[in-house]
Ligand binder design. Sequence first.
Ligand SMILES: [Zn+2]
Length: 138
Amino acid sequence: MLRIKGSALEKIITQAERDYPYETCGLLLGKIDGDVRTVFGAFETPNVNPDRKNDRYEIAPEDYLKAEEKARQFGLEIVGVYHSHPDHPDRPSKFDEERAFEGFSYIILSVSKGKVVSYKSWELFEEKFRQEDIYVFG
Ligand SMILES: [Zn+2]
């Protein structure tokens, strides 16, 4: 299950709409307690995919390290990844699934004509994605 602070979710939505028709991406900073990941902040990372930014995203290792550093400053850790699907549903692609880590939350936002129309969070379970509940707080 994913708990996410309202302000972090708003930031992600704004970013996904701004970057349309390209995929946007970033890392979720928060805390893990058993099966519950609580997100307090969103760390934007550039999509460094060289040639398919409309349907692929890639986070550079140095941006991952920057996010880790930022999280540490606040006593947090990286608990997941978010990215958008321009003109596609909020379901993970095969490509998304293959690159996912167990124990992380994956928020996917569907953006149509520049507006976020839906979003879902996914977690890896026995090497397959399954949807998880999202609870927005304060
Ligand atoms: Zn995707």
